[in-house]
Design a binder for this molecule. Structure first.
Ligand code: HEM
Length: 297
């Protein structure tokens, strides 16, 4: 139902306007590319790709922004709000926030030399936010492989899609609270040197340095490549949910494949992003086209 030519007649400059704004934001802060990709993911996994994550708290909205996996963690809301106001100034009431998120994620990938793909368009924006759903529908850093497979499976995404999408962790940062347990675990599933390096800026005591950040890909944190998978093979995944993708289970061979072939990773990532972007969109007369991404009309 979605179509890449959706705005060709109604707002021909929509895509170039989004692209320019995303490029500017990423050139100002390179990490923003990671943050925008993650924003689209966290939107799509809760109520589908409907911009529900962008709504602020109000009398009628219980904002997903306050869900445990989003609060003090998801970034880029203001970039999307700014892009929306630019797009509104050229074509008022035409382009949905959900589509802006999908296009921004693609443009963010391209801005850090990652894969590109054609974005399907025509999603509409929700009039509700899914705060309670967010708690159960978003994956956790402590999740095991079975739980991750079933969660992604419930969104129509295969194990291969899941591993490819997790390759987004080739860029961006994570807070100490999300990897503390793993680096102090003293288990065999983590490289000892890597654990000790990461402990330096992430103290063992809960509360200390909780918000200190570390790169998800220790080798090339600012470029989109397949080093993430090479790290996993060396037991240098930062999150437990990263390392479980290569720890003797069914996804090991997929990780190995991507570590050997950047081009396979790149094309699988692109198709998985398209699939993720197709999760339960609102179309036709469902939902609305918000005027502001942070509030219903
Ligand atoms: C497989 C399950 C996944 C889990 C458990 C997970 C978990 C996390 C966690 C805990 C962080 C750090 C958050 C913080 O420090 O507050 C993070 C960051 C990130 N995640 Fe994931 N993630 C998963 C899959 C994905 C997917 C599918 C994508 C995109 C398609 C993605 C994109 C990102 C990006 C780009 C960052 C860095 C964000 C930034 O620097 O602002 N993740 N993820």
């Amino acid at each position: 139902q979605l179509s890449s030519s959706f705005y060709d007649n109604t707002c021909p400059k929509a895509l170039s306007t989004i692209r320019t704004a995303v490029r500017t934001a990423v050139s100002r802060e390179r990490r923003m590319a990671a943050s925008l990709i993650r924003l689209h993911f966290h939107d799509c996994f809760v109520q589908g790709c409907d911009a529900s994550i962008l709504l602020n708290d109000s009398s009628s909205i219980q904002s997903e922004k306050n869900a445990p996996n989003n609060l003090n963690s998801v970034r880029g809301y203001d970039v999307i709000d700014d892009v929306k106001s630019e797009v509104e100034s050229i074509c008022p009431g035409i382009v949905s926030c959900a589509d802006i998120l999908a296009v921004a994620a693609r443009d963010a990938s391209v801005a850090v030399s990652g894969p590109t793909w054609t974005v399907n368009l025509g999603r509409r924006d929700s009039t509700t936010s899914g705060l309670s759903q967010a708690a159960t529908n978003l994956p956790n850093f402590s999740d095991g492989l079975d739980r991750l497979i079933s969660l992604f499976g419930s969104k129509g995404l295969s194990e291969r899609d899941m591993v490819a999408l997790s390759g987004s962790h080739t860029i961006g940062q994570a807070r100490c609270v999300t990897f503390r347990d793993r680096i102090y675990d003293n288990g065999t599933d983590i490289d000892a040197g890597f654990a000790s390096t990461r402990r330096r800026r992430c103290p063992a005591t809960s509360g200390d340095g909780d918000d200190n950040i570390a790169a998800l890909d220790l080798v090339t944190p600012n470029s989109f490549d397949n080093n993430y998978f090479k790290n996993l093979i060396q037991k240098k995944g930062l999150l437990q949910s990263d390392q479980v993708l290569f720890s003797g289970g069914s996804t090991d061979s997929i990780v190995t494949g991507y570590s050997k072939s950047p081009s396979t990773f790149s094309s699988d990532f692109a198709s998985a992003m398209v699939k993720m972007g197709n999760i339960e969109p609102l179309t036709g007369s469902a939902g609305e086209i918000r005027k502001l991404c942070s509030a219903i009309n």
